[in-house]
Design a protein around this ligand. Structure first.
Ligand SMILES: NC(=O)C1=CN([C@@H]2O[C@H](COP(=O)(O)OP(=O)(O)OC[C@H]3O[C@@H](n4cnc5c(N)ncnc54)[C@H](O)[C@@H]3O)[C@@H](O)[C@H]2O)[C@@H](O)CC1
Ligand SMILES: [K+]
Length: 500
């Protein structure tokens, strides 16, 4: 089963993999025509072919309807467009409308509700009506002329076949506000929709040629999960605490700046006072909350715990070092803190020894995974299997992002892979940046989605940098390109700013 939001993301990922919306629409319309034939008996001996009326809206659902018409040569076909052709919303649908015009198909443009008639080209009553008014793009109750068209469709004697979703029905919930099409059958694309399980109609799930990688491999569609309007207000994105530093100072500063670049509203660093000034000196954007001493020791546990409860996500590990006392604080922290924690670097070794109170996202490279007790393998499919097995030994609170030429992200149930990034990114500091990015994203996304989008954006930030400047990448270069890497490449080319 797939939700509308996830379906839109998968469609976009398919496009990024080279399968265009036009190709998907062609397969969709073809699949609908196939079901039309299954639902109607075509009597080849008869002199009068069956009549199909396609009622199309101005979105891509309508586009599927236009394509369907071209696959029904043995029928008498009539296409009703609800609204003016100039207002067809997408270029993909528009192109298919124009193909109907040029091909001399019977079309009627409905301008007002009184002119709606669900009939064939010569006033014949239809054998089948194809409902291609609205699909996953519906919001709220059907407006006019769709509402009147839906009532008329429901009153015909014809078999009614809905494309993707019955028009007016919410694909995620199955509910509708006001009138909706009540079909005999639905051809839905790619995967079953949660809302279709509740309705009283036959459902055919049609494979429209979306590559499996569009679901599994992180792509620009995954960035859609970040574009909810509520996140455009300051304060909505979240606050991140970085617990790091001691023997090292650069790592926590990089993580903190990366979290800011990935959209966190506020980022604070909890570090030993001995290095607080040095960390502060890296950037005026950093807020430092120091505790006494030179390293994280048990005396600082309460300090970091009370800070962490005031933040949405904690990033634990960058530059902490592997002192025994430090690692004991890491263990106590993970046992007690109920929020989401991104664990990186030396802190990772502690993870298998504790039963955490909150959700944990670990970001090891393969060596660190092995040190944790996990196994690796040469090809990613085997690595992914071994990772799932390892996670099930830990608990269902753990999400792992194992870095490599291909990153693998898994929570034991869902496994995603990421192919962005380049060999230049093995330079020091890129891991600290990834941890910060994932920390910021985990304020607003589920752990698996935060880790997936984080890996994708981090790798892409590296790809953009290398494309611009060639090799010789520094971790700090990534900070500049993270905001661009979190935008759909199509929008970047079109000059759409991240505020749009
Ligand atoms: N995205 C893709 O790659 C594919 C999408 N496909 C089809 O595209 C559909 C989604 O397309 P769209 O996103 O264009 O959306 P829809 O075609 O479902 O409809 C969106 C349009 O309907 C209007 N609308 C929304 N709510 C309304 C209401 N209550 N009353 C009247 N009008 C309303 C909107 O203004 C918008 O123009 C899917 O259901 C599927 O049929 C297929 O072509 C296969 C591939
Ligand atoms: K529909």
């Amino acid at each position: 089963m797939i939700t509308s939001a996830r379906m839109a993301a998968v469609d976009r990922n398919a496009e990024a993999l080279g399968v265009s919306p036009q190709q998907l629409m062609e397969s969709g319309g073809n699949a609908v025509a196939k079901t039309v034939r299954e639902l109607t008996d075509v009597d080849v001996e008869s002199e009068t072919p069956p009549v199909a009326v396609i009622v199309a809206g101005r979105g891509n659902n309508g586009g599927d309807g236009f394509v369907t018409a071209r696959f029904l040569d043995e029928y008498i076909v009539s296409v009703l467009l609800l609204g003016r052709p100039e207002t067809i919303r997408t270029s993909t649908a528009k192109q298919n409308w124009e193909a109907l015009m040029k091909g001399g198909y019977d079309t009627t443009v409905v301008q007002d509700t009184s002119s709606i008639e669900i009939v064939g080209p010569n006033g014949e009553s239809p054998d089948i009506v194809v409902d291609a008014m609205l699909g996953t793009g519906v919001t709220g109750a059907l407006r006019e002329p769709e509402a009147t068209a839906a009532s008329q469709i429901n009153h015909t004697d014809a078999t009614v076949l809905s494309v993707d979703v019955p028009s007016g029905v919410n694909a995620d919930t199955g509910s509708s506000t006001g009138v909706a099409v009540e079909p005999n059958h639905v051809v839905t694309f790619h995967d079953q929709k949660p809302g279709l399980t509740a309705i009283d109609a036959g459902v055919t799930v049609a494979d429209i040629g979306i590559p499996q990688a569009a679901e599994q491999t992180a792509g620009p569609g995954d960035l859609y999960s970040l574009s909810r309007p509520t996140q455009s207000h300051k304060g909505d994105f979240g606050e991140v605490l970085i617990i790091g530093g001691g023997p090292y100072t650069g790592a926590p500063a990089l993580s903190a700046q990366a979290a800011l670049r990935a959209g966190a509203d506020l980022v604070r660093i909890a570090c030993p006072v001995a290095i607080a000034d040095e960390i502060q000196s890296y950037s005026e954007s950093l807020i430092v909350r120091a505790y006494p001493g030179e390293r994280l020791t048990p005396t600082a546990l309460e300090h970091v715990q009370s800070l962490a409860v005031d933040h949405d996500v904690t990033v634990l590990g960058p530059g902490l070092g592997d002192d025994e006392k430090t690692l004991s604080v890491v263990a106590s922290f993970l046992r007690g803190h109920t929020g989401t924690v991104v664990v990186d670097a030396d802190a990772l070794s502690v993870v298998p020894t504790v039963d955490p109170a909150g959700k944990i996202i670990c970001t090891p490279h393969q060596g660190e995974l092995e040190a944790m007790g996990g196994e690796t393998a040469d090809d990613w499919e085997h690595r992914a299997k071994k990772m799932s097995a390892f996670i099930s030994e830990l608990s269902d609170s753990h999400t792992l992002l194992v870095k490599g030429a291909i990153d693998i992200i898994s929570n034991g149930e869902t496994t995603r892979i990421n192919r962005t990034g380049n060999p230049g990114m093995t330079v020091g500091g890129t891991g600290d940046i990834l941890a910060g990015v994932v920390g910021a994203l985990a304020c607003v996304l589920s752990p698996i989605q935060a880790a997936t989008v984080g890996a994708y954006a981090n790798g892409r930030a590296g790809d953009i940098t290398v494309e611009k400047r060639g090799n010789g990448l520094l971790a700090t270069d990534l900070l500049e390109t993270i905001p661009t890497a979190l935008q759909d490449p199509k929008d970047v080319t079109a000059g759409v700013s991240s505020d749009d």
